[in-house]
Design a protein around this ligand. Structure first.
Ligand SMILES: Cc1ncc(COP(=O)(O)O)c(C=O)c1O
Length: 463
């Protein structure tokens, strides 16, 4: 029995048709996939690129704005947008220009330039936190903030929400099962017990939050303002304020990861909802799609970091091996692109375009679900909208996961791909960028409508 209300055998009939159609429609992708198997492990440069709904990876030739073009000559409207990495469109003009400007001026030197100072000032003005560090990815930013949090508090335990994702940081790879923290399944090569210093509790559960914090061992709560990686789970009214108050009460820090929720507002949920975190993390679109992450902190944290650094230097006689930073962190190219992004791309005008389109998309999805008599729901947050296979929007990671119907999700995604539309893999998230148009949104809704017509016409499709 699946929560989606759709019979698995009907999904398989539908998916088989679409897989055949994909292969027929994409001979160049099929040929490249075959060639790639001889030099790339699993036929892709990063393993998860083989995990999409397509029978072989879809190979991209070029992308611009809200569109990309595949190697077989098809155009696509992109609602995935590199899972937020290209949230302001593919190759925005100012970023393409910034890359060209920096290209002949040195890409990485392990030294700062004026761009770094300007970025620090822009980040502080925008997000309201006074001090910043720049990393190569959001994963790195989370990993380093966790180091700082442990150093500052002298505590080791990290608290996260069940179903979270904050990049490939080992410490967050835990789930909650039957009230206990357990390692996430499928962790290849994980050598030590992650449950020793990590705890997972349900989102929107104030009682569990207080019980976990009250033990006095938690260095920090690391969270997204709304969960976005197990499908979308929005915070209940007042929950994030409780996160702030209770972490303060029990001497733990609050780290807000806005890597995805930056789609909400130019200052993220942090500014929109006045969340006042100790640390703030952002990556993906911050340099317009060029690899870059940042973390910011309050003045009190900056002082505590100084003290932690002095203690560490005393212990190690001045040899500051911090375990933080990579050679390419804050490289000249990333800094120049981040500056261009903050000044010219990630603007109020961009959000003013994106947000109403996402609302139109969410409205269209709701209409569609109603029309087909399905017990599915839609969640929206800023420029992202998501449909989930459950009657009411989920309140926790476990509820969101219970609504998963992977085969159905993949079959619908594949149907869309076969008709020139891409949405985010692994769940049903659709993101609008400054180049997305109302016609693009309407085409997504119309194509999904057609998909549901065909799926539900299969005898016995409805459970
Ligand atoms: C909320 C959140 N934080 C951090 C990350 C890590 O980003 P990256 O993979 O670019 O390091 C992700 C990736 O999906 C994310 O969703």
């Amino acid at each position: 029995m699946t929560a989606s209300g759709i019979r698995p055998s009907a999904v398989e009939t539908f998916a088989a048709r679409e897989r055949a159609r994909f292969r027929e429609r994409n001979p160049q992708s099929v040929a490249l996939a075959e060639r790639a198997r001889h030099s790339l492990f699993g036929g892709v440069p990063m393993h998860w690129m083989a995990d999409w709904s397509t029978p072989v990876p879809l190979f991209v030739e070029r992308a611009r704005g809200a569109r990309f073009h595949d190697v077989d000559g098809h155009d696509y409207i992109d609602f995935c947008l590199g899972d937020t990495g290209s949230m302001f469109g593919h190759s925005p003009e100012p970023i393409a220009r910034a890359i060209a400007e920096q290209a002949g001026n040195g890409l990485t030197s392990m030294l700062p330039g004026e761009d770094a100072v300007v970025c620090g000032e822009l980040l502080a003005a925008r997000f309201g936190l006074p001090f910043w560090q720049v990393t190569a990815t959001a994963t790195d930013a989370n990993r380093y903030v966790l180091r700082w949090a442990r150093a500052i508090t002298g505590r080791k335990t990290l608290l996260v929400f069940d179903g979270c994702y904050h990049g490939s940081v080992d410490d967050v790879m835990v789930r909650q099962r039957g009230g206990q923290t357990v390692p996430r399944s499928g962790l290849i090569g994980q050598a030590y017990d992650l449950t020793q210093y990590s705890r997972a509790i349900p989102f929107n559960d104030v009682e569990a939050l207080e019980a976990a914090l009250a033990q006095g061992e938690v260095c920090a709560l690391l969270c997204e303002p709304a969960m976005t990686n197990i499908g979308m789970v929005l915070p209940e009214p007042g929950f994030l304020q409780q996160c702030r108050e209770l972490t303060k009460k029990y001497g733990s820090l609050l780290i807000i990861d806005e890597t995805h929720t930056i789609s909400t507002d130019i200052g993220g949920c942090t500014r929109l909802w006045n969340l006042e975190p100790d640390f703030f993390v952002l990556g993906k679109p911050i340099a317009g799609g060029v690899p870059c992450g940042v973390f910011g902190c309050s003045a009190a944290m900056a002082e505590a970091m100084q003290q932690a650094r002095q203690r560490a230097n005393q212990d190690s006689h001045g040899h500051g091996h911090s375990g933080m930073g990579t050679t390419l962190s804050a490289n000249a190219l990333a800094m120049h692109c981040m500056r261009a992004n903050l000044e010219q791309v990630m603007t109020p005008a961009a959000y003013a375009h994106m947000l109403p389109l996402a609302a139109r998309l969410a409205e269209g999805l709701r209409r569609l679900i109603g029309k087909h008599g399905l017990k599915w729901s839609v969640s929206e947050l800023g420029a992202r909208s998501e449909f989930q296979f459950c009657a009411a929007p989920p309140k926790s990671g476990a509820e969101a996961e219970a609504a998963f119907h992977d085969e159905l999700q993949m079959a619908l995604h594949l149907y869309l791909i076969n008709r020139g539309i891409l949405i985010t893999p692994f769940h049903n998230m659709c993101l609008c960028c400054p180049d997305t148009s109302a016609e693009d949104v309407d085409r997504l809704i119309a194509t999904l409508d057609q998909a549901l017509d065909e799926l539900l016409a299969i005898p016995g499709a409805r459970l």
